[in-house]
Design a protein around this ligand. Structure first.
Ligand SMILES: [Zn+2]
Length: 286
């Protein structure tokens, strides 16, 4: 695990390096994290020609923003991303503009996305496999809900699931809390995705925010419960203030994320407010 230090904060954004004959990096962190990522990969002993795969759980900028820079630094790496995200990596203009609108005054924490040549991108379907070595495949599983281009990565040999944001976030030291930012939250799909991950009975569940959880089955059950609470809160929408109050009743951030440092990070990054917008979008969409 690499802490890519979004906004200079520890314990918020994780990338993972799966070692093997054909090493895979799972998520790059934001563009602003590129120097940190680069240093960590070089510390792990990776030379420019060594990285085989850059695998993205989804194309939100805290996960994919350093992709263009990493692809340039590791010229033999192939980028694997959900089929719905592939063209945005090759032509990032629309994604970057939409992200700037979502992040608002916090945009500078993320810093955009450089393009990746289209012939280096694999548009993955559900069930797509990539080999990191003999008898060691990573399997891409569509786990939408957080976003329509979200995939989890299943390392079958070790029973590890890299869940991206499909099961919520647990910032270092804090409790699990859902992350449902705009623009394409789908609570029904989210619940199916959590069920799908639970059915894998993972030995290890690695969140993008942040790290392996203490008890995968317990966190997946908690994630399912939290999605139910989001659904209950959504009944108050689409009015933002009503949604905010309902969310504070159903899932109070302070009590749920628990640790004061973690709560402060949720607020500093604006992710709790983003949940209100994400939910409102879900309520408003036909
Ligand atoms: Zn995220």
């Amino acid at each position: 695990m690499i802490d890519t230090l979004l906004a200079g904060l520890e314990g918020v954004t994780a990338s993972y390096l799966v070692a093997g004959d054909r090493p895979a990096l799972i998520d790059t962190g934001a563009r602003t994290s590129a120097p940190v990522l680069r240093a960590a990969l070089s510390e792990a002993g990776l030379e420019a020609g060594d990285l085989a795969w850059i695998v993205l759980t989804h194309i939100h900028l805290d996960h994919c923003g350093a992709t263009g820079i990493a692809a340039a630094a590791f010229p033999r790496a192939t980028v694997v991303v959900n089929r719905r995200g592939a063209r945005h990596l090759a032509e990032p203009g629309r994604l970057v503009a939409a992200s700037a609108a979502v992040y608002g005054r916090r945009w500078s924490l993320y810093g955009g996305l450089d393009r990746t040549a289209a012939d280096r991108i694999v548009a993955a379907e559900d069930g797509h496999r990539l080999s990191v070595g003999p008898g060691r495949d990573l399997v891409m599983l569509e786990t939408t809900g957080h976003a329509r281009h979200h995939m989890s990565v299943h390392d079958e040999a070790t029973g590890t699931v890299f869940a991206g944001d499909a099961a919520g976030a647990r910032l270092a030291g804090g409790g699990l809390y859902p992350t449902m930012p705009p623009p394409d939250v789908d609570l029904d799909a989210g619940a199916r995705s959590v069920g799908r991950l639970a059915a894998l009975a993972p030995v290890r569940l690695c969140l993008a925010h942040f790290g392996p959880v203490p008890d995968p089955a317990a966190d997946l059950a908690l994630a399912a419960d939290q999605l139910g609470r989001l659904r209950a809160a959504a009944a108050a929408g689409p009015d933002r203030e009503a949604l905010r109050r309902a969310l504070a009743d159903e899932l109070p951030l302070e009590a749920t994320a628990a640790d004061p440092r973690s709560v402060a990070r949720w607020k500093r990054l604006g992710w709790a407010d983003a949940n209100v917008e994400g939910l409102a979008g879900w309520v408003e969409r036909p």
